[in-house]
Design a protein around this ligand. Structure first.
Ligand code: AMP
Length: 145
């Protein structure tokens, strides 16, 4: 019943929001946080989450927070496209374990796709720290530039 349930304040994204767990932060404002996926499925895989909506999925988030979340999703997607010049970009959001959800704090994936590159396996291989750091620097510069 992972589609239904109680929001767990100890989930990893809640810990990242509270500063109890690290992340490769890309963007933050009053309501929304964006960071690199630690187990990227492609070069530039990012996540965007609401900071003040204890929602497990799309069905639980309020409209105001959803609107703020999606505004940042678009802003970051634009930065990813401008900086990394992928051939395409997937924007995805999963609800419930059977749909692929593994972290139960609503989040949106931004996954750049490159010609001829297969998608990595979901949430499996941790990215190289140096590569993630360099990518973070590129994207932060692009977002702020
Ligand atoms: P989902 O399967 O849609 O719930 O996506 C959860 C995503 O979070 C996966 O793509 C994981 O690779 C990613 N992830 C898990 N733990 C962390 C973490 N500590 N920092 C960044 N990304 C994470």
């Amino acid at each position: 019943m992972s589609l239904h349930g109680t929001y767990d304040e100890q989930n990893i994204f809640a810990k990242i929001i509270r500063g109890e767990a690290p992340c490769y932060k890309l963007y933050e404002d009053e309501d929304v946080l964006a960071f690199l996926d630690l187990f990227p499925q492609s070069y530039g895989h990012c996540l965007v989450i609401p900071k003040h909506a204890p929602a497990r999925n799309l069905l639980e988030i309020d409209d105001a927070n959803l609107a703020k979340l999606m505004a940042v999703v678009r802003k970051l997607t634009q930065a990813v496209v401008d900086e990394l010049e992928p051939a395409g970009v997937q924007v995805a959001q999963f609800n419930g374990a059977p749909a692929g959800q593994t972290v139960f704090h609503i989040h949106v994936h931004i996954v750049p796709r490159y010609e001829g590159d297969k998608l990595g396996i979901h949430a499996t291989h941790q990215g190289d720290a140096e590569e993630l750091k360099a990518l973070q620097a590129r994207l932060v510069k692009r977002i702020n530039g």
